[in-house]
Design a protein around this ligand. Sequence first.
Ligand SMILES: C[S@@+](CC[C@H](N)C(=O)[O-])C[C@H]1O[C@@H](n2cnc3c(N)ncnc32)[C@H](O)[C@@H]1O
Length: 213
Amino acid sequence: MQLDVFTLTPHAYAWLTEQRPVATVLGTELDLRLFSYRDTTPLRSGQVDDEPYGGGAGMVLRVDVVSAALDAVYGGVPSHRVVALSPQGRQLTQELVEELAVEPKLTLLSARYEGFDERIVEHLCTDSISVGPYVLSNGDLPAMLLVDAIARRLPGALAEGSGEIESFSAELGGGLEYPHYTRPAEFRGWQVPEVLLSGDHAVVERWRKEHVR
Ligand SMILES: C[S@@+](CC[C@H](N)C(=O)[O-])C[C@H]1O[C@@H](n2cnc3c(N)ncnc32)[C@H](O)[C@@H]1O
């Protein structure tokens, strides 16, 4: 997958690219490209946002700036999906992650301050996605969250089997995964469920099914 992120802070993604699973698939299943709006802005002094028409606080990311960034990279509005990260967008779910993870190309747009000039969302994007019903300071944490969630669905990102049975998966009927325990079997009187120590695979499986939440 070619995954492009447009942002004002490409350097902020360094941490993400060093972490699994993104690091595991980088250069093979994932081609992650980071672009700064400032590199292609048609405005002077690296300007990218402006005061809102109608007045009010904050600055708004300009449509001509985002259009110029897309022109520079794709020669126009790309034919693949372009996602604006916005609190007003469709709420992100695992189902939507799975849908995006099979796209061969995907573009994410991050904004800051007051957000996007609405014409960006209307005319330059195919999707608008929110990572939750709360407001963050910019779209970079949402973009990183989405990159991570997508990367772990790409082939080879996870150890064999570990991405199949997990919360929200079809294997668990879309439910939340059963509880996990590890050593010690008893700590301050807190016991691991006896059944998990039994060594009886079928009984353990049944217990886990019963404890999907
Ligand atoms: C401070 S927010 C803008 C909030 C906007 N004025 C509002 O009231 O809805 C700045 C940017 O952060 C990103 N952002 C903040 N919260 C987000 C969320 N829950 N999901 C996705 N992106 C978010 C978006 O790119 C947004 O344009």
